[in-house]
Every structure is written in C-alpha cells, then in structure tokens.
Write a protein that binds this ligand. Structure first.
Ligand SMILES: Nc1ncnc2c1ncn2[C@@H]1O[C@H](COP(=O)(O)OP(=O)(O)OP(=O)(O)O)[C@@H](O)[C@H]1O
Ligand SMILES: [Mg+2]
Length: 1037
C-alpha cells in the first residue's frame, strides 16, 4: 500500500479505503474506470480484491510476476490475484490456520479464471518434489476435465460453469501441495436436454464430435456433425468463435490420462456421452395416444453403449411401472410422458456420470501419505454468480441466487465480524455500521415449514393434483406478506405490468428477479420412473453400474428433493467456509458483449451494488481507513521526527506517539491500539506520506553532498555515544590496557637483561666462577645435562657420549662410568645361564687371544658350541676306554707326524683331567693336564697349535702338532678344562717343539692359502692365508 500511496494520483487509488469520498458510488466507479483504462484490473478494499474482467490476455501472469508476489507483504506490491493467493498461503503456513478464498461475481465476471490463476500460482511457487509434481499436475488437469463436462457456452459466458465448485488444496508441513478434494454443487442438468437460443450443451458433446478419431466415432455410432443430434440443436449455436472444440478434445484426453483414467474407463465414459446423444434422437410415434419408439437404430446403439437389454430399454422408455399395495402396475405412456421419461433418463445418466467423474478425480487427488495425517488446507470457492436476468428465471436460477444470498450473508458476517474482532482485540471503541442484512431473504427461502423450499417440497410430496400453479398459490398464502416477495396477484399496478401470472418475484439483496413457476415441481422431484432405474441398474457399463445402485430400488423412502438437497449442501458449505480464514475476490464483468476495454457503467454500478462493495468499503472505513503495526509505521516514518530519527530506543508505541505528536495529528484523526495505530482519514496519511517524500529528497541531497564527512562523523558519534553510555566500561578498558602494557614492558626488560648477562658470561666463560659468568655457566651446564638426558647411549655397545663443556669433564666421566655400569648391571640381570657360560668362555678367549692372534676377531661373533663331536661321532671302543670319564669337549683335528709331518685325521677329546688324542678306536695319546707344560700357537690366522707334553723318557711321545678349524674355541676350552689360560704362548715367529727326544720347528709365512708342508730345511712350513676366510687347510701330499 505504501508504494500505492505514491502512485495514487496517477491511476486512482489501489485501495478503495483511501478514497477520500468513500461514500460516493460515483467516486468508486470513477476509480474503477481510471484503473480499468490502464489495464489495472485489480483494486483492494482493505483485504478484499476487486477484479475486473479485462477480456484480453494481459502480461501479468508470468513466472516473473509470480516471483514478485511470493512471500511479499500484501500491501507492498500492487494489487493482484497472486497477492491474495500468497497471503492465504503465508497465513496458512505461519498461523497454521486453514484458509479459503471465496471468489464471487456474476456469470462471466472471471471467477473460474481467477481460481485457475491461484492454482497455477501454487503449482509454480510451492515447494516441489516428484510426488508433489504429480499432485500439482492432477490439480491443474482436473480443470479441463471438469470444464468439459460441467461448462457450457451461455449468453453471458462462452465458458460458463454450470455447477458450483469448492476445491480444497491440501498442503503438507513443508508447504507443498500434496492432495486435493472437490465438492460439486447442483449441475444444471436441464441443459442436457434443452438449451436457450444462442447457448450450447456441455462442451464435451461438441468436443467428442469435432475431435473424436474416426474409429472412435464409428464405435460410438456417431457422425461428425453436431446438427444431427436433437440435444445439440436447440440453441442453434453449433460453433463458437472463441472455442476450438478439436484442440480442447485433445487437452481433455491428455488431462484424463494425467488424472489416472485408463483406456477402458475413458471408453466407458465416452460410451455414456454418446448414448446421451442417441437418447436425444429417440423418436416416438403412435396413433392411439400411447407412445412407441420409431427409431430402432438408436435403441441398438443404446443397448450396446449402455450395456443394457434393448427390449427392456424400449419397454422402459414407453411404459411406466408403479408399485401400489405391493402389486406392480405397468401402464403405457403417452407421447408427452414418454418424451419426458427419455429426457429424465438423459439428465439422470449425465448428472450421475458427472458426480462419478468428480469422485474419480477426488480419488486421484487424495492425500495418500498415511505417515502424516496432518495437512493444512486452502479452499477455493468458484460458484455460479448471481443471475439477474431480464427474462424470467427458472428453478435452477432460483437455486443459484439462493446460493448467492447465502454467500453474501457469510461475507457480511465474516467481514464485519473480523473487523469488529480487530477493534476489540486492539481495545478501540467503534460504532457499528448500518448495513443491509440479507438474512431476511435467506429465511424467506430456506426457513423450515414457512420458507419457499419447504412449501415447494410440500407440494411435491402431497398426494392429489399438485401443480406448479398450486405451488404459487401456496406461496401467496404463506409468504405473501413478506417484504421481499411479490406475485402478480399481490403486486401493485405498475409491477403487474412486468409480471406474468405464473411468476413470483424475489427482492434479492442484489436486485429483483422474477421466477416462472413452470417446471419447479418436476425439477424439484427430479423423478426417474422405476422401470428406467431398473434397466440402468442392470447396465454392464462399469461407470453406470456404480451410478445406479440396486439398493435404490428397494429403498422405500422417497429421495430428498433437489431443492432440499441443495439447501443441505449449502449449509455444509457454509460450515466449511466458517471454519476457515476467508479471503475474498469480487469479480466484476465490465460489459455484456465480452469485449476488451469496454466499461459499461450501468452494468458495473449494478454489480458494485449487489456485490455489496460500497457497504464493504463503508464498514472498512467506518472505523479507520488505515492501520499498521507500530513497528512498521515507525520504520517507515521515523525520519519525520528528530526524536525518532535515526533510531527510537524506547517502546515502539511510545515512538509512534512521539512521531504523530510531532506531525501534529489531531486526536480525532487517529487511535492507538494495543499493537497498531489506526488512522481514520486517508488525507492524514497522505499528508504524512507527502512529508516523507520531501524528507527523502532532503536526505538524499545531504547524503550526496557530504557522505564521507557524514559517515566519519557518524562513526565518531557512535564511538562517543558508546563511551558516554558506558563510562565504567571506558575506565575499565583503560585500566586493563595499562596492565597489559606494563606486562609487555616488563617482559621486554627481562629479555634484554637475560641477553646482556649471557653475552657477559660468554666473555668470562674460561674464568673461575664469578658473578659475571655464573648465569652463563649454569646455563651451559644446564643445557649439557638436558642434552645428555636426551642423548644417553642406547645400549652397552653404544659408545656415543655428548662432549661436555670444560667445567663438566670430570662430572661427565663419572656420569659416563655410572651410565655404563648401570647398563651392564641391567644387562647382566637379564642374561640366561647359558649365555653367561658363553660369555665366560668368550672372556677367557679374549684374555688369551685378543690383540695377539689374527683370527681372533673373526671368532668373536661366532658362538662357542658345547662340543663338536657327539656320542655317535665317538668310536664305541673309545667310549668304552673312557669308562666313567666324562667327555667335556670333542673336536676333529689334524695331527702332523713328528717325522715326515704327514697329516693324520684325529679326534681331540677333553675330559676333566686329560686331553686325549684318538685315532678311530684307539686312544693314541693321553696328556694329563697336570703334565701339559704349555700350548703354542702362532699370532697369525692359521689353526696350528702345539701341545707341549713331557718327553723325558722314551715312553712319552712328547709334544704333539695339531691343527683345528676352530682353533680359538678348541684352545679356549682346553685352557678352561686344564686351567691353562696362562700357559698359552702366542709366538710371532717359529715354534719349537720336541717329540721322541728330537726337536722340530714350525715356520709361519704369509700366503694366498693355508698350506702346511715339510720344507726343504726339514721344518714344518705353514703358509698362512692373508684372507682369514680362506682359512681352509690344504695339506700337501
Ligand atoms: N483475468 C483474466 N484475463 C483475461 N481474460 C479473462 C480473465 N478473467 C476472465 N477472462 C475472460 O472472461 C471469460 C469468462 O471468465 P470465467 O469463465 O472465469 O467467468 P466466470 O465468472 O467463471 O463465469 P461463470 O459464472 O459463468 O462460470 C473467460 O473465458 C476469459 O475469456
Ligand atoms: Mg466459471
């Protein structure tokens, strides 16, 4: 609305409540005219949308338009049907209350178009998913189907809805449309058999004939010429320029598929439509007054299409069956009776099929998600408009106008009620507005026992010769005195001239309408002869089978009359609407010629009157023309008052009070509610709006001139404001900043001192401990110890150790010893007895050979074995000779003869007391340890050794020259067993020995491989290999 205010002078006002002269109908019409001329077809009266039919396609229904209205406040954009749709949707979402949109207006005013626009708006703007899309499609596609079967070309409207429709759109918690439900009201069935001049039957008949495929028409027995069918010729209007039946046919077929009809169902549906046309062509003849059918082909088609027995159908179309006192009486019909029986059947078949169609659509729209039963609803009511005709009305028009009376009553009640509720809620006192309450007319029609419908029913039900005229007489007798009821008999002379004797006039809220009573009783009875019902109950057509229920035949109770049924359905509709939050769309038809741009003032004034728009405006304005929440009002106008600009800090209501005081509002011009301000006159608001415009210009200029200065200043202002507001916080901040700065300075001072002391200490580091270097020395010690801690030797073989500073060398050595002891201690604790024995032997070997014999290092990593000869290697005779003497170690050796130095394989066995040389089964030489004088080996890497044994007497063999591949191991074992560790001589040069009283010499020289042989000088020459790995003995032959 705010944006509307700016543009108000250009194209009237966008909201009638802003009309200064709001009581003037002329001003109202003028505003409509101004806007209509500019193609501005929508205008508000508060929250009610007035919509003019433009009769041309306007570019205001695009996707962009939909987006523009989506989620935007009702008043912030120009009036539109989408704004109504969006407002209802948002109210449903935010307040969780079901909504309904009531679209009213006379035939051709644009109700159906408006409801379709709303449906399209939801289909495009609401959240979607695959499942939702199906429902959206079905909702949209239900329209072409229902329009094909329920709309027709009338004089007023080429696509006139001939039934009332209330459609619920169901939304889930996410706001997505998930289902729908349609309630239909009173289809104008009489159109099936009769149309006024210039009107047509329901669209579907023409669509089928024009668009139906050749094949299909052949199956249905139809010709592609609507003029061949009696039910289509009455209005003499086969073609309508605005309607393309052929393309509509395609659209309808597609829509049927989308909704979920299968091929069979479509076929059966079309069979029914075709059979209605064939029924229309059933002709009667007969000379004696009784009717007989003269068109047998029609019966053949009917029998096939309806799935009924042809003879039974013929019988039923020409005879009447009555059950009286339990007996069936069949009597022939005369021509007139037979024709009306045929028409009654046609209407019944079509009417019931239409209801079946609505049910079928409902089944396809049903919300099927069982997991969440809850959904919100927006209802769309598109119901026939008031029909004020220059010609007299009939039974259907009576019902339609009664429906509009009811809706008007609801409208008055709800608008007044909601207005009153708002004043009450806001604590505003107000004077109720006088308006015409049409309850009196509603009562005239529907009151029990006394109302027109009751009297009509009474006439229909009573036995005897009741007729339309007796009904009229009854009316005169019962409601004759009513202020809104007139008949020819009761009227004054002037009225009599324009009234027939078979008419009654109702003074509706929207105008006077004369109704001709002819046909009232028949239509109200809506009777179908029993035998026709019986035939239809036997139909093989599945749809008809559902439409005509056998139970109906056995039900003795008379069915409710049409008017009573309609009354009940309207009462239900009122209940539905009352339970929802209503929004209104009031449609106006600009001219009767269906022409774009033509503004027929008389016609429009009439609609404005009967739609009660002036009353609506009066009610709205009686209180206050404008109301807004304090917050919204303050936000918009706060710049107009220095106290509220740029921000008001206190309560919003106080801010608004300050603002309006500053603006000079007089007390009678406004009222302050609990949450809103109410402004009585538009001119007050306009003055405020003008002031705002001027102020905006001022602000813009100022901003352009000094934006930089302004922004800096406002920044400074903000800072200062903040400071003033909170002195304590500034003091506290200053104090805290002081602490932080002092801490920082102290840390810097400390750091400088440390660096200074460090440098001084470095300079004095070699001096005795003194104050100058003590910090440095401590630091160096500390860092050495910390470094040592991180780099201690990993195991006893790891000899690494950090280099200590000069002052800590002694301490470092101590630590190192301690560390090693500790590691050794830990190591010893962990070793096994076997390993200990091994190490003890290795220790002995080390003491004897380390750094003395070349092949010692290679022996270190090789473990000493306990013996190299096992039981099976020892000859049993030797074992026998040893007796209980236990062998501690045995090894294969080579013995060199004393004379020729011939090499002989021998075994060397070590026992507790002796070293024994064995040759196969013989103990060749026993040397007791006590007699063993020493052991000689070379310092080289050979395996020769000499055991020095006594040779004083001849019995003694003397020294023995042996060679072992495990010389270190063998001699270590021997040294341990014989306790000879100190008697092992490792000689650099030759070894002398004595055997059998003679001396011998062994010479050692380096060579490529081990070679032991007697040399020319009679010595035993041993070539020792340079590479210890080649330490394989090779004897010369
Ligand atoms: N907003 C619109 N824009 C363009 N044309 C429109 C608009 N509204 C209505 N019309 C035109 O007016 C015709 C009649 O409108 P519609 O069928 O909606 O009337 P109605 O109020 O439903 O009438 P009835 O009571 O007879 O069903 C439409 O067929 C269309 O040609
Ligand atoms: Mg319509």
């Amino acid at each position: 609305m705010e944006s509307a205010l700016t543009a108000r002078d250009r194209v009237g006002v966008q909201d009638f409540v802003l009309l200064e002269n709001y009581t003037s109908e002329a001003a109202f019409i003028e505003n409509l005219r101004k806007r209509f001329k500019e193609n501005l077809i929508y205008t508000y009266i508060g929250s009610v949308l007035v919509s003019m039919n433009p009769y041309r396609d306007l570019e205001i229904y695009t996707k962009n338009h939909m987006e523009r209205y989506r989620g935007v406040n009702f008043y912030e954009v120009s009036p539109h049907i989408y704004a109504v749709g969006d407002n209802s949707y948002r109210s449903m979402r935010t307040e969780g209350k079901d909504q309904c949109i009531l679209i009213s207006g006379e035939s051709g005013a644009g109700k159906t178009e408006a409801s379709k626009k709303i449906l399209q708006y939801y289909a495009v703007t609401c959240p979607a998913s695959d499942k939702v899309q199906t429902i959206k499609d079905r909702l949209l596609q239900s329209n072409p189907v229902l329009e094909a079967f329920g709309n027709a070309k009338t004089l007023r409207n080429d696509n006139s809805s001939r039934f009332g429709k209330y459609m619920d759109i169901q939304f889930d918690f996410k706001g997505a449309p998930v289902g729908g439900h349609i309630i239909n009201y009173l289809l104008e069935k009489s159109r099936v058999v009769h149309q006024n001049h210039g009107e047509r039957n329901f669209h579907i008949f023409y669509q089928l004939i024009e668009g139906g495929e050749e094949d299909l028409l052949r199956r249905l027995g139809l010709e592609r010429n609507s003029q061949q069918y009696q039910f289509l010729v009455k209005g003499n209007c086969p073609k309508v320029s605005s309607i393309n039946d052929r393309s509509e046919w395609k659209a309808v077929k597609k829509a049927l598929t989308v909704i979920g009809f299968n091929e069979d169902e479509i076929e059966e549906l079309l069979n029914i439509i075709a059979s209605v046309l064939h029924l229309g062509n059933v002709q009667y003849g007969g000379e004696d007054g009784t009717a007989c059918i003269t068109t047998d082909t029609q019966i053949k088609y009917l029998s096939r299409l309806l799935g009924v027995n042809g003879a039974l159908l013929t019988e039923a179309l020409t005879h009447k069956k009555i059950i009286a006192k339990g007996e069936e009486l069949v009597s022939p019909l005369n021509l007139e009776q037979a024709s009306s029986a045929r028409d009654a059947l046609s209407k019944a078949v079509y009417g019931r099929t239409f209801t079946w169609l609505v049910n079928k659509i409902n089944a396809s729209l049903a919300y099927k998600d069982d997991s969440s039963k809850h959904y919100s609803v927006i209802g769309l009511l598109d119901i026939y408009g008031f029909e004020v005709s220059k010609t007299t009305g009939n039974f259907e028009q009576f019902c339609i106008n009664y429906c509009n009376e009811k809706l008007q009553q609801l409208f008055i009640e709800l608008t007044l009620k909601s207005e009153q509720d708002e004043y009450e809620a806001e604590g505003i006192t107000w004077e109720p507005v006088q308006y015409f309450n049409n309850k009196i007319i509603c009562d005239l029609v529907e009151e029990k026992f006394k109302g027109i419908i009751s009297i009509l029913d009474e006439e229909c039900l009573r036995p005897g010769d009741a007729s339309d005229i007796t009904f009229l007489e009854k009316l005169e007798g019962t409601v004759g005195g009513h202020a809104h009821f007139v008949t020819h008999k009761l009227a004054d002379g002037k009225t009599r001239k324009v009234m027939g004797r078979d008419e009654f006039r109702l003074l509706h809220y929207a105008g006077e309408v004369n109704y001709n009573v002819n046909g009232f009783l028949d239509k109200n009875n809506d009777l179908l002869f029993r035998n026709l019902k019986e035939v239809m109950c036997m139909s093989e057509n599945k749809i008809l089978n559902q439409c005509f229920d056998r139970e109906e035949l056995s039900d003795k109770k008379r069915p409710e009359t049409a008017a009573t049924q309609f009354k009940a359905s309207l009462a239900k509709l009122m209940e539905i609407l009352m339970s929802k939050e209503p929004s209104y769309v009031r449609c106006i038809k600009p001219n009767d010629a269906k022409q774009a741009g033509r503004f027929d003032e008389v016609l429009i004034r009439h609609q404005v009157k009967y739609l009660g728009l002036m009353e609506n405006l009066r009610v709205r304005r009686a209180g206050f023309s404008y109301r807004r929440h304090y917050e919204v009002f303050l936000r918009r106008y706060k710049s107009l008052c220095p106290e509220t600009w740029p921000n008001w800090q206190g309560k919003k209501q106080d801010g608004v009070a300050t603002l309006v005081k500053h603006l000079g509002y007089k007390p009678e011009e406004y009222k302050m509610g609990r949450s809103k301000i109410f402004i009585r006159f538009p001119k007050t608001l306009f003055a405020t709006e003008d002031a705002l415009e001027t102020r905006k210009h001022g602000i813009a200029t100022k901003l352009q001139a000094g934006w930089r200065g302004y922004s800096q200043k406002s920044k400074y202002q903000k800072l200062r404001n903040a400071g003033e507001k909170s002195l304590i916080s500034i003091v506290f901040q200053a104090y805290w900043r002081g602490i932080l700065a002092r801490r920082r300075a102290q840390r810097k001072r400390q750091a400088a001192n440390t660096i200074r002391r460090f440098i001084k200490g470095f300079i004095y580091r070699r001096k005795e401990r003194c104050p100058e270097n003590e910090y440095f020395l401590d630091y160096v010690r500390y860092s050495f110890l910390m470094n040592l801690r991180r780099n201690l030797p990993k195991n006893i073989l790891d000899k690494s150790w950090p280099t200590p500073p000069a002052a800590l060398v002694e301490a470092s050595d101590h630590l190192r010893t301690l560390c090693m002891q500790n590691m050794v201690w830990n190591y010893c604790k962990k070793i096994s007895p076997e390993w200990k024995h091994q190490l003890e032997q290795k220790m002995v070997a080390s003491e004897i050979f380390k750094d003395k014999k070349d092949n010692y290092p290679q022996s270190v990593p090789k473990l000493f074995v306990s013996t190299r000869l096992n039981g099976e290697d020892i000859n049993p005779k030797v074992a026998q000779c040893l007796g209980s003497e236990k062998m501690k170690y045995g090894v294969s050796v080579t013995k060199y003869d004393r004379k020729g130095y011939k090499a002989r394989p021998r075994q060397l066995l070590l026992t507790n007391d002796s070293a024994i040389i064995v040759e196969e089964g013989k103990l060749k030489q026993r040397i007791e340890y006590g007699t063993l004088k020493g052991i000689s080996v070379s310092s080289l890497s050979d395996g020769l050794f000499v055991l020095h044994a006594p040779s004083d007497d001849n019995k003694q063999k003397g020294d023995v020259v042996l060679q072992s591949d495990h010389v270190i191991e063998t001699l270590t074992k021997l040294a341990i067993c014989g306790d000879k560790a100190n008697n092992v001589n490792i000689t650099q040069g030759s070894i002398k020995f004595t055997a059998h009283g003679k001396e011998g010499i062994i010479d050692f020289t380096p060579g490529s491989e081990l070679l032991v042989a007697k040399s020319k000088n009679g010595h035993l020459s041993v070539l020792k290999p340079l590479n210890p790995h080649l330490n394989q003995r090779r004897s010369l032959p």
